[in-house]
Ligand binder design. Sequence first.
Ligand SMILES: [Zn+2]
Length: 328
Amino acid sequence: MNEEEIRPQKIFDEYLRLCANDTDRYFASAPRYEINCPACERKGEPAFEKNGFKYALCPDCQTLYVSPRPDASAFTLYYTEAPSVRYWATTFYQATAEARREKIWKHKARQLHEILGQQSLGSANIVDIGGGYGVFAEEMEKLSGVPVTIIEPGPDLAAVCRERNLKVVEKFLEDVNPSDLPNGKKLFTSFELFEHLHEPELFCKHLYSLMAPGDLFVFTTLSGTGLDIQVLWSNSKSVSPPHHLNFFNPISVNAFLQRVGFIDVRVTTPGKLDLDIMQNCMDQVEDRFWRTLLHRVNDQEKSQWQNMVASNGWSSHMMVQCMKPDTI
Ligand SMILES: [Zn+2]
């Protein structure tokens, strides 16, 4: 897999251009509040500014996050109507949905199916938060034979899921009630959503309250200590306000989830793209070692480096698994 297949540069660049316009329109005059580290609640230090947003870095757990943070109402309006959001939900998804099915979702569905097997949750109901086009849900249903429930607040995406005969709860997770969800054991999933959350703690506490003891939550997000983000830093395309507000990392996400009450937290970074992403942004790679290496590596060496980075927890693509404890 390479970056171009799942994130075609031309389409992604147009998306970034729309984002820059929207950022001005929806956030320039929004009230903003300083926040502490969303992972450990300590006071952060200024890191850099990008597209009119300031990022702070937690000196304790190295979580990178937007602070001062615009008021939640600005995000609600933005996610309901902004041109860049619609472009993402339509053009970008349409152009990449099938490539993503093959390169990402089939693999992810197999991984999740394995986790269910390990936890003896073979027939658990799956609830996918922010289900997008429903491709993961389709692949998961094929494997498990159990219908997937999608929680998707965006009207465009929710409609696409319904057309595919998937069960959709058209709400933000924070507004979901237990009666919206199927009975029985559940596995909650959410892919590439956590970095967008205005209040990760509120989200996780509400999710926790919806879960029954023994239910699992598995999610993917960006790790701020991952290779391409560390090297490219403020120039990383992943650092894209107003979308990506939180960059936790394997250590901070573990401590955070335990603070919320989850147990059996397992964090991996099964990313495949860090070196590819850096090679596609060579002008921004300032570090001499990585510049030299990225110029010289052949495909086999590149893949070996990527595997080493991923298997040691240093990729920017992070996968997290945790459980609500049985004994409460
Ligand atoms: Zn922290």
